[in-house]
Design a protein around this ligand. Structure first.
Ligand code: PEP
Length: 251
């Protein structure tokens, strides 16, 4: 019923020329891999080059952030309409790096999610606990709270455009991956929160990704878990062969 979504998150890497080169390298490696949606979320400046380079391929382009207002005095921000007009289909919202370094809160994550969905974008909403929160035993409480806050005022109809990425903060960019069981458990808490808000049917249909040092070696085991419907991949999405191997693992 659910389809894998394998999404790269390039973070602040790759110039437009380098983005084009990496996409040209990836395209033949992921072509015809139709058992999953393949998405690359790229820096805003790379979007035109990425859209052009992926035309006619099975790679979809996402942004890494979106503002919640339609327009106005928000220097440095990008609106949902700007993204859709540029050809963007997905957007990452509430990544832990945004929460940590750019004062993103559960409330702004919610507002950005609503703006994205109202514009017809697919929202990849990130949730995840810190190591301290895990050690204190708050993982379930935290994941359910973040999920519910992010999805406040989202309609049942809009849930088909929501992807939630469970990304334990302690596993992002650290090389430390959650075990497949930890990933499955975290994704299960997220799905339970969706069920509490929208009912079992919508929860069963919602794509919940795992993210946190997913790579070509551990992807198959992580993706074999019942609650893991794909991956949000940072470091390994910057290397064509590694990203393609993760797409392969989803076949
Ligand atoms: C991410 O940026 O969302 C991420 C999971 O990064 P990495 O795969 O490098 O841990």
């Amino acid at each position: 019923m659910r389809r894998y979504v394998i999404a790269g998150n390039w973070k602040m890497n790759k110039t437009p020329a380098a983005a084009k080169a990496l996409i040209e390298e990836m395209k033949p490696l992921v072509a015809g891999k139709d058992n999953c949606d393949v998405v690359l979320c790229v820096p805003a400046i790379d979007i035109p080059a990425a859209i052009e380079a992926t035309a006619g391929s099975n790679i979809k382009i996402g942004a890494e952030n979106v503002h919640f207002k339609a327009s106005g005095a928000y220097t440095g921000e990008i609106s949902a309409e700007m993204l859709t007009e540029a050809g963007v289909e997905y957007v990452v919202i509430g990544h832990s790096e945004r929460r940590q370094y750019f004062a993103e809160t559960d409330q702004t994550v919610n507002l950005r999610t609503l703006a994205a969905l109202n514009a017809g974008l697919k929202a990849i909403v990130c949730v995840g606990e810190t190591l301290e929160q895990r050690e204190l035993g708050y993982t379930e409480t935290l994941l359910k709270f973040q999920t519910k806050m992010a999805l406040t005022n989202v309609t049942a109809e809009q849930m088909k455009n929501v992807i939630i990425a469970y990304e334990p903060v302690w596993a992002i960019g650290t090389g430390v991956t959650a075990t497949a069981d930890q990933a499955d458990e975290g994704n299960g808490y997220v799905r339970a929160a969706v069920a509490e808000m929208f009912g079992a049917e919508i929860a069963e249909a919602t794509v919940v990704q795992y993210g946190g040092s997913m790579n070509e070696k551990n992807a198959a085991e992580l993706l074999s878990k019942p609650n893991v419907d794909g991956g949000l991949i940072g470091g390994a999405s910057l290397v064509a062969a590694k990203f393609a191997a993760i797409v392969d693992a989803a076949q």
